[in-house]
Design a protein around this ligand. Structure first.
Ligand code: UDP
Ligand code: MG
Length: 310
């Protein structure tokens, strides 16, 4: 059986189209399937629409979270509740075309355990567009991940990979990174990422920035190492300057400069800035340690429809 997991947050305009295209695409594979919708605390009619879907077609199921937990926790909840031999993750806004899924299934049947949807092109514009385009090269440069292809959650995981995925305990979940970290036999399917079919993006810029930072900080100590290098750099420059001033002092026959206002102010500000950046980077790690150590569940389920006998 094939499972498809889609997180939903206020997507009432997109749901009918999502259902139509998903079911059509999955039926071409000739395999049994289930669609697990995760309602991430939507404030519109998404939940009722999903219940209606289940009443009309029992292959469509629903996990309802108790509030809005965010994209990655919602996807994780869906994966935890999917029973398929492979699990496909897809955004509900139709930015990822469901028509690519049969191609992913074929790759899976050829023996690949992870199939990524990799983007040929993107349709996002403006600040978000620039951010999305810059993020993956930066991630590749910064993180210790074995690979960081330009892929979001859209992709397929074999049951074996899902079992391992479900054992990952961490709360700061950057799913593309975790999937890449897990390894297994990976293949890619190229596709063009569309603009969302209807409505506005549901992830605020703040959440996206947090998500991007998870990508970097959860997979690398490199920023901490930079802090060390920054410290070494600043100290070296300071020693150089000290030597320079000492020589000048001797050359001038023991006379000091009267004023050094600009130099003093600049070096205080510079060092202050460097220290604050360093503390900020430390803080990113400390905050993440705190999140992990609290051991709170990643999400809370309020209701299930069509899953585990409900
Ligand atoms: N989403 C969610 N919870 C949230 C925000 C978004 O479940 O708090 C869902 C949303 O309904 C969509 C997917 O996650 O199906 C991706 O969201 P969005 O399109 O806003 O993100 P972007 O494409 O900008 O990364
Ligand atoms: Mg989207």
């Amino acid at each position: 059986m094939i499972s498809v997991v889609a997180p939903i947050f206020n997507e009432q305009e997109n749901l009918p189209e999502l259902r139509r295209r998903l079911v059509a695409a999955l039926e071409t594979t000739g395999q049994p399937f289930e669609i697990v919708l995760v309602n991430d605390g939507s404030r519109d009619r998404s939940g009722e629409i999903a219940r209606q879907f289940h009443a009309e077609d029992a292959r469509i199921k629903l996990v309802e979270l108790s509030r809005n937990f965010g994209h990655q926790p919602a996807v994780t909840a869906g994966v935890h509740h999917a029973h398929g031999d492979c699990v496909v993750l897809i955004d509900a806004d139709l930015q990822d075309p469901p028509e690519v899924i049969p191609e992913m299934i074929r790759k899976w049947q050829e023996g690949f355990e992870v199939v990524l949807g990799e983007r040929n092109s993107r349709a996002e514009h403006g600040v978000r567009g620039i951010g999305f385009r810059l993020f993956y090269p930066v991630l590749r440069a910064l993180s210790d991940l074995p690979s960081a292809p330009d892929a979001g959650i859209f992709g397929l995981m074999d049951r074996r990979v899902v079992e391992e995925f479900n054992r990952l305990p961490e709360r700061n979940r950057f799913i593309p990174g975790l999937r890449s970290w897990l390894g297994f036999k990976q293949a890619s399917v190229m596709y063009d990422r569309n603009d969302r079919a209807a409505g506005k993006p549901k992830q605020t810029l703040r959440r996206l920035i947090h998500y991007a930072m998870d990508g970097i900080f959860s997979f690398s100590y490199r920023p901490l190492r930079w802090v060390t290098w920054m410290g070494i750099f600043v100290s070296t420059v300071t020693f150089g300057l000290a030597a320079f001033y000492l020589l000048q002092f001797i050359a001038r026959g023991g006379r000091t400069y009267g004023s050094g206002f600009t130099t003093t102010i600049l070096s205080i500000l510079f060092l202050g800035g460097v220290q604050m950046i360093a503390i900020g980077i430390l803080g990113e790690y400390v905050g993440r340690i705190y999140e992990e150590i609290k051991q709170r569940p990643l999400y809370v389920v309020r209701d299930k429809v069509g899953i585990d006998g409900r």
